[in-house]
Design a protein around this ligand. Structure first.
Ligand SMILES: Cc1cc2nc3c(=O)[nH]c(=O)nc-3n(C[C@H](O)[C@H](O)[C@H](O)COP(=O)(O)OP(=O)(O)OC[C@H]3O[C@@H](n4cnc5c(N)ncnc54)[C@H](O)[C@@H]3O)c2cc1C
Length: 351
């Protein structure tokens, strides 16, 4: 009998699986490529919310776990995955600049916000006001990370590239059975795909569609990520990602004309040089109503778990939260109440 079945290999399933490997647990992953959030992500890690210059939820703790986690994945997979990159926030008013200084004075933010503002960062990005630099930021190449790990698991015989059919799952008192595979427990990591999961689709997970353009520009010559109404993220070889959009109504997984229009409109206001759009990608972010992860044990079935709700910050959140779920199952360490899915029990499983 296996220890675990894992459903989904996005950032959540990857962190869960790597944790299980380190504990020498026997497991198999199911992955059907139905969701693309992790694959299309910009991959930025950034502890600061750049709209209001506030610290992202638990950013210090998440950074401490996430960066070593991805570095270790680089070693494990012998692939380059983590790229330090500076992020510059473009200011639109003197008031915004003042707010930056006020935020940088706060103890938890001071290490991340550079108070030496920069007047000009690039000939193609004109600005009336300065730019503020965020420290300790970078990019995780999710495409390389996920594809290399999927290849590795495939070689180990630990992944099946097929849809997990929920109606074939048999739940027994101390185990689960699926298509002839027995396991002590099952962890669902399907991102927005959780809406199809009859055991966990009562949870308030709403999708938020995000889209990026990939552009080519010889003139731009930008080495840093720039944040204004959109991000420009350098990819090397004169290629850049531009985005992302946020749309909580559109659940069509394909790229849309509306998003292309919105992104180009914003880009034209930001840069003054020529570019060519080469590609457009889309994914649905698995976002929760209260903006916290949704993690834990099913209220009725003790061997069913879910690890989801990472919203727009899966890079930083997934390593720590996944480790906390495995600690719950293996070491009986309770989850922090703010991420535990039991916070929704009152409504759906009244005592
Ligand atoms: C455009 C965009 C940009 C983003 N940029 C960033 C960023 O810069 N930084 C950041 O931190 N976050 C970013 N995010 C958010 C981040 O991508 C998410 O938080 C993260 O990807 C969620 O990971 P997940 O594993 O929970 O879900 P997913 O990535 O959706 O993974 C779920 C996996 O489960 C599989 N699956 C689902 N159902 C089944 C089934 N029944 N059987 C088998 N397999 C199944 C899917 O195919 C998928 O591979 C971005 C998201 C988008 C859309």
């Amino acid at each position: 009998m296996l220890d675990y079945i894992v459903v989904g290999l996005g950032l959540s399933g990857l962190a869960i699986s790597r944790n299980l490997e380190k504990r020498n647990k026997q497991f198999v992953v199911f992955e059907d490529s139905s969701q693309r959030s992790s694959l299309v992500a910009g991959g930025l890690f950034n502890p600061v919310i750049l709209k209001r210059f506030t610290l992202a939820w638990n950013a210090h703790e998440h950074m401490k776990t996430a960066i070593p986690f991805y570095k270790e994945m680089e070693e494990h997979l012998q692939a380059k995955i983590v790229y330090p990159i500076e992020i510059y926030r473009k200011f639109y008013s003197a008031e915004e600049q003042n707010n930056w200084f006020a935020a940088a004075d706060k103890p938890l933010l001071s290490e991340f916000l550079d108070t030496n503002l920069v007047k000009k960062i690039n000939a193609c990005i004109p600005s009336e006001f300065s730019f503020g630099r965020v420290r300790q930021t970078g990019i995780v190449d999710t495409d390389v990370l996920l594809n290399e790990y999927r290849n590795y698991l495939n070689k180990e015989g630990k992944i099946k590239f097929e849809r997990f059919e929920y109606n074939k799952l048999q739940i027994k008192p101390d185990s689960v059975e699926y298509n002839g595979i027995s396991a002590k427990q099952i962890i669902f990591c399907e991102g927005f795909g959780m809406q199809q999961n009859p055991f966990f689709n009562y949870l308030p997970l709403r999708g938020n569609k995000g889209e990026y353009l990939t552009i080519y520009s010889e003139e731009l010559q930008l080495q840093e990520a720039v944040k204004s109404s959109v991000f420009i993220i350098p990819l090397g070889n004169n290629l850049y990602k531009v985005g992302a959009t946020y749309n909580s109504k559109d659940k069509d997984p394909r790229p849309s004309k509306e998003a292309r229009h919105e992104l180009e409109e914003k880009l034209l206001k930001l840069i003054s040089c020529k570019y060519e759009v080469l590609d457009q990608s889309a994914g649905i972010r698995p976002a929760s109503n209260d903006r916290k992860p949704i993690v834990g044990r099913h209220p009725k079935h003790q061997n069913l778990y879910c690890c989801n709700g990472f919203g727009s910050r899966g890079i930083l959140i997934s390593p720590m939260v996944s480790a906390q779920l495995i600690e719950l199952i293996e070491d009986q360490i309770p989850l922090p109440a703010e991420i535990d899915l039991h916070r929704f029990n009152k409504k759906h499983f009244p005592a």
